[in-house]
Design a protein around this ligand. Sequence first.
Ligand code: AP5
Ligand code: MG
Length: 207
Amino acid sequence: MGDQQILILGAPGAGKGTQSKRLAEEYDLEHVTTGDALRENRDMETEHGTPREYMEAGELVPDELVNEIVEEALSSADGYVLDGYPRNESQVEYLQRITDLDVVLHLEVSEETLVDRLAGRRVDPETGDNYHVEFDMPDDEEVRERLIQREDDQEETVRERLRVFEENTEPVIDHYEDHEGYVRIDGEQSPDEVWEEIKEAVDERTE
Ligand code: AP5
Ligand code: MG
């Protein structure tokens, strides 16, 4: 297993999941993603209610719960790519206490593109892989037929997720701009072009 410790930042729909999957494969890293972990446990009863209630409204799930998920996942991984966390300043402080980062990738994408990507996203319920009706459909017909839309990709929820991102997570990105491993990536390009830029940035910073 690789030992690179990578954080990937970006708005909802920026391509964090798509590129994290490639990073995890290429460098043999653990893909630690709070969104997927919460979706797998969406009906778990906690003292704050279930994750589903927050996610379907496009709101952040309480810090306590996500901090615990991340701490546990990072403690069992050498190298990792962290996707979907931290999303507010309090999560930033928590993360700083439990790990160091070698590379901080910031996928930059315009709001108009984000909305198109989220509206057209389809997910394979068996593998969790993300596809897109226009930009990226699987060749295998069996996979194509079983694709579903994520519950929080409805138009109204998308708008709320983007608002929550602007309010809570943009300050997080500002914070990491001063990190020595920070690199801005043009996320508007095709998935392969974005990947080339990411790979170059990671190789440069971790050799
Ligand atoms: P989460 O699952 O993390 O959602 P998100 O941050 O909104 O991001 P997405 O997964 O929607 O987008 P992505 O950047 O991964 O894009 P993707 O690669 O799929 O979180 C969901 C919810 O969980 C939150 O709203 C919150 O409630 C809760 N939560 C999670 N973490 C939390 C935390 N830390 N604290 C509190 N609550 C938390 O790509 C999108 C689409 O575009 C796909 O269809 C893809 O095929 C396509 N695409 C990707 N790249 C390209 C490209 N270059 N060109 C064309 N199409 C592309
Ligand atoms: Mg994702």
